[in-house]
Design a protein around this ligand. Structure first.
Ligand SMILES: Cc1cc2nc3c(=O)[nH]c(=O)nc-3n(C[C@H](O)[C@H](O)[C@H](O)COP(=O)(O)OP(=O)(O)OC[C@H]3O[C@@H](n4cnc5c(N)ncnc54)[C@H](O)[C@@H]3O)c2cc1C
Length: 390
């Protein structure tokens, strides 16, 4: 006989763990699948959180377990910059304490049944669940431009798939992209003893400024500190987390797409400027294997073409929150999910047009806005969803 549960949580990162901790406290019958904190454990050494510590927590329904608390207990920086390794260690500690029942298996298939869903697990088990919550973060959403797709995987990978840059020692590497992943990859290749150049399609590579921890009163009033950094708009988003959701659909889509373009954190600037060549207004128009190397044809802002030959190409080309990229959902389910630009349309309780199927994190960002692209969105998500699923 198949085992049954009320709620199946797919993914054990900050969103999945926060939700499980809330469901557990409410006595809801759930099961949670995935390797805890895998995304954060895979981060290369030398990379810090982009968010402030107080905005990066596993949100458990008990006071005194925030990330800054944990950092202070361990004698670590509790504001910024905080390392990815410290956040992973904190997350694993919270998991062991508040969600000890995580099952370290993958969900390989989710299909519709008359009274819910059937899940297939990598362990071979099949189970029935009344509700499913997808908390898989950016897994499966890495975007590689068509022009790079033909390159062999031993010569091109997305930043999502690289955690150890020592393989680039003595290699020449072209990094494509303008966001923080691309700029960080440029620095990490150089620091590992390789030679990197970054090619940016847009006009510039933008770096965020550092927000001082102590600021004069007038500055704190003008630009209050929030989970998204200092700023009045961010303050509104923090105080009214569902405000974006309430906007008319077209306005909301425009706002979400405009907010937070590609930009790198302040702490990477000194590791890049004057060390890693950044070529702006350069677009890759052709890419091909050239023996053991890769040949790229690039068009610059004036329309001139230029060939570059390198050992390896790193695609720092971002993510596409398109639900059809989730391979564990059957075509029957995908057909029934209403979408906005590929991302599922959700109710205020994160439920998709398939009753009982919920999405969180990056897959809820088109509906709920910038807060939900980051770990900080897990606070509102886990509270609302736990109430809805109870
Ligand atoms: C380079 C980079 C740096 C970032 N830095 C920050 C930052 O500093 N602060 C911040 O707030 N946000 C940051 N983000 C954004 C962050 O990734 C998202 O906020 C993320 O959504 C947060 O956690 P999550 O729980 O949704 O996903 P994750 O933490 O990625 O967890 C998803 C989990 O699902 C599991 N999983 C995937 N598929 C399956 C499956 N089929 N079955 C079972 N389990 C599965 C994975 O193994 C993983 O453990 C960063 C993103 C990138 C790309």
């Amino acid at each position: 006989m198949k085992s049954r549960t009320d709620v199946a949580i797919v993914g054990a990162g900050p969103y999945g763990l926060s939700l499980a901790a809330h469901l557990r406290a409410r006595g809801v019958k759930y099961r949670i699948f995935g390797e805890p904190m895998r995304f954060w454990l895979n981060m290369p050494i030398g990379i810090n959180l982009k968010s402030l510590a107080f905005a990066t927590n596993i949100y458990v329904p008990k006071y005194g377990h925030s990330f800054p608390h944990w950092c202070r207990q361990h004698g670590l920086e509790d504001f910024e910059p905080c390392t990815m390794q410290s956040f992973s260690a904190y997350g694993l500690e919270m998991q062991k304490r508040f969600v000890p029942d995580v099952e370290e298996v993958l969900v390989t298939n989710v299909s519709l049944r008359p009274d819910g869903f059937e899940l297939a697990l990598s362990s071979g088990e099949h189970l029935h669940s009344r509700k499913v919550v997808v908390c898989t973060g950016l897994s499966g959403l890495a975007q590689i431009p068509d022009v790079l797709r033909e390159l062999q995987s031993d010569r091109m990978r997305h930043t999502f798939d690289i955690s150890d840059y020592s393989e680039f020692r003595n290699k020449t590497v072209a990094v494509i992209g303008a966001g923080s992943s691309a700029i960080e990859a440029g620095a990490l290749v150089q620091e590992a003893g390789g030679s990197s150049e970054v090619f940016v399609r847009g006009q510039e590579a933008i770096f965020h400024g550092r927000t001082p921890r102590e600021r004069p009163l007038w500055e704190r009033i003008k630009n209050p500190m929030t989970v998204l950094g200092a700023g009045r708009n961010s303050w509104i988003l923090q105080q009214l987390p569902l405000i974006v959701y309430r906007l008319p659909r077209e306005r909301r889509t425009r706002f979400v797409k405009r907010h937070f373009g590609p930009a790198s954190p302040w702490w990477i600037k000194d590791r890049v400027l004057g060390k890693v060549p950044i070529h702006v207004r350069h677009e890759v128009v052709e890419a091909g294997n050239a023996g053991q190397r890769v040949q790229l044809k690039l068009r610059d802002g004036e329309g001139s073409l230029r060939n570059v030959e390198v050992d390896f190409v790193i695609a720092g080309t971002g993510y596409d929150a398109n639900v059809t990229r989730l391979k564990f959902l059957t075509p029957e389910i995908l057909d029934r999910i209403d979408c906005i630009e590929g991302a599922p349309t959700l109710s205020a309780d994160f439920e998709s047009s398939v009753p009982g199927l919920h999405f969180t994190g990056p897959l809820s960002f088109m509906c709920f806005g910038p807060l939900f692209r980051f770990v900080t969105g897990a606070e509102v998500t886990s509270r609302r969803l736990a109430r809805h699923l109870s």
